[in-house]
Design a protein around this ligand. Structure first.
Ligand SMILES: [Zn+2]
Length: 258
């Protein structure tokens, strides 16, 4: 156990069974790429053959969301079936990430079911909306049984009400930056991260980190959720600036669902 680990008994979203390990070697999870300098986003594609799409991809993420068209009536719609599920919290070296337990939880898009794999945060938010960025975003990454990826993106704005999911996490993870950590078997309901109004934009894009794999369905909720300044400052102890620049649309269409 690391002495900097902070455990709180007050949060409602996490079950009692928490174990924690930490070590100083965050670099093992870094795979060499960064958000600035000679291994920053402009150089990811040249760092590895496996990262080729980061440079040559034509359907990359994030994008600036503007000029969306109304989704046609026959376009498959999102259905959310989240329930509380056990997760592990890890520091990947690029973000604080919540890994979901396989096989317990899903959303669907039309007839296609997806399971939650993990969610993580970027600050500032990666997506732009008519050129504007938000203070933070959450990316909830899902996979179908056939390996097709779908990401739900939630934007955060500063407000007076603490976000319960963020606070539960802050109460439980080591505050030291870059610490490798694992908080196991805690229970969280991803629904608590989503806005009340689930209207969204959708387009086809990619992972926003190496290997920048394409064929990812993005669903970007229009309504932001709140985080306090104090919580955002605390999140910045872990990561600030883990934001890939906006990528060219290259003729892709963006659809809007009310
Ligand atoms: Zn992300």
């Amino acid at each position: 156990m690391n002495k900097n680990t902070r455990l709180s008994s007050g949060a409602l979203l996490f079950a009692a069974c928490v174990s924690l390990t930490a070590s100083a070697s965050a670099d093992t999870a870094n795979h060499g790429w960064t958000y600035t300098g000679e291994h920053g986003p402009a150089h990811w594609g040249a760092m590895s053959e496996a990262f080729h799409a980061c440079e040559s991809g034509r359907a990359e993420s994030p994008i600036n969301i503007e000029g969306a068209k109304k989704a046609p009536a026959d376009m498959p719609r999102l259905k959310i079936n989240y329930a509380p599920l056990p997760i592990d919290i890890v520091n990947t070296g690029h973000a604080v990430q919540f890994n979901a337990t396989p096989g317990t939880d899903s959303i669907s898009l039309g007839d296609q079911a997806y399971q939650l794999v993990q969610f993580h945060f970027h600050s500032p938010g990666e997506e732009r909306f008519a050129g504007k960025e938000n203070v933070m975003d959450a990316h909830l990454v899902h996979s179908s049984a056939g390996g097709k990826l779908l990401v739900l993106a939630v934007q955060f704005k500063l407000g007076d009400h603490p976000n319960p999911v963020i606070q539960a996490m802050l109460d439980r993870v080591p505050a030291e930056k870059g610490a490798e950590m694992k908080v196991s078997a805690v229970t969280v309901n991803p629904l608590d991260l989503l806005p009340k109004n689930t209207g969204y934009y959708t387009y086809s894009g990619s992972l926003t980190t190496p290997p920048c794999t394409e064929g990812v369905t993005w669903i970007e909720f229009k309504e932001p959720v709140s985080i306090t300044k104090q919580q955002l400052d605390a999140m910045h102890h872990f990561y600030r600036g883990n934001q890939r620049p906006v990528q060219a649309l290259n003729g892709r269409e963006i659809f809007e669902v009310d």
